[in-house]
Design a protein around this ligand. Structure first.
Ligand code: ZN
Length: 339
């Protein structure tokens, strides 16, 4: 008699342990919520109107305009008391691949990646990288290509995320793991800055937990069949670590409910976006990645990609999503695992 009575209890327990495997138990974190509120549309806008201004001349590699852009990035980190990852400089000079040696040697300006970081409290030697490319295509036929969406939007998102983490540090809430803010150069010439970084990493690739890469998140895709605005394309999230993919989904469900659109996630999609931004250099080194992207549009790689066309409420929403995901990756008990 008794044993039979036990059966439903056992199966109930089995049922629950089975479900717990599929649904990990991330709980809403009030601190993540608090600091996400420092990410504001007006601040993103203010920064982007400088970063994508004519003064920076479209940020070609190498150029005076790009030098101004990297100075702007450095100033941001200095004024927010965010350290450089290397001991005495925020800059990693990037040497050209063979095919650009001649072209780059014509200029005195040396292209650079800009790298800042917040040291983790408990696992300082585990690093979450948040990346965006700092360059664009410069001036062509006398017209400045401001690159507000490409990739001014990702750049100012990284700056706001860094600011949010630094606010937490000021309140004594340093993340468990270290966060690296990586602005790479010469993406538009073939992912050169990120390749240089992963070939010459400042912190070992084995200790790099994940790369969250942001490239164009400020607009909406006019060709997207679904017409809701509050979406983002995620690319690559399930390729190396299913755990990362699940965390990304759970975090979104907990905090924001953005429509996560995976239409470009297939590696053999004709647009091949998986191979077309800087996360790819991390992915090929077996580092889990998520590429955040809101799609191309009529101003893509045109002189008309200007800051007045950015949808700042959406830029804020998407930046918050990336911040919450980074916060979870940096503060969860166990480092995420590759499959
Ligand atoms: Zn581009």
């Amino acid at each position: 008699m008794r044993i039979r009575k036990l059966i439903p209890i056992i199966s109930f327990a089995l049922f629950f342990s089975y479900f717990n495997q599929g649904f990990s138990q991330i709980k809403k974190d009030k601190k993540s919520l608090k600091y996400s509120k420092t990410i504001k549309a007006e601040e993103l806008k203010e920064k982007l109107y400088v970063y994508a201004s004519d003064e920076f001349e479209g940020r070609a590699t190498p150029s005076k305009g790009q030098e101004l852009a990297i100075k702007f990035l450095e100033n941001h980190y200095v004024s927010n008391n965010i350290n450089s990852l290397q001991e005495d400089t925020y800059f990693q000079t990037v040497l050209p691949p063979k095919r650009f040696e001649k072209r780059w040697s014509k200029s005195d300006i040396k292209p650079k990646n800009v790298i800042a970081y917040i040291e983790g409290k408990k696992y300082p030697n585990e690093y979450i990288i948040i990346s965006a490319h700092l360059d664009h295509v410069g001036v062509q036929n006398g017209e400045i290509y401001n690159g507000a969406d490409d990739d001014g939007s990702g750049t100012v998102a990284v700056l706001e995320i860094a600011e949010a983490f630094s606010e937490a540090v000021k309140d004594g809430r340093r993340p468990k793991r270290s966060i690296v803010f990586l602005h790479v150069t010469a993406e538009e010439m073939g992912l050169i800055g990120s390749k240089y970084y992963t070939d010459n990493p400042i912190v070992s690739l084995e200790n790099t937990v994940a790369d969250l890469n942001i490239d164009m998140i400020g607009r909406t895709d006019p060709k997207r069949p679904k017409r809701n605005r509050d979406y983002i394309y995620l690319i690559g999230s399930d390729k190396i670590s299913k755990e990362l993919h699940n965390i990304s989904e759970e975090i979104n469900n907990l905090y924001l409910n953005v429509d996560l659109d995976y239409i470009f996630n297939e590696e053999d999609h004709p647009d091949r976006f998986y191979y077309r931004s800087d996360h790819y250099n991390f992915a090929k080194n077996n580092i889990p990645v998520i590429f955040y992207f809101s799609g191309t549009h009529e101003d893509y790689h045109q002189s008309t990609d200007t800051p007045d066309k950015i949808q700042y409420d959406l830029l804020e929403l998407r930046t918050k999503l990336i911040f919450h995901t980074a916060w979870e990756l940096a503060n969860r008990k166990e480092r995420i695992k590759s499959d």
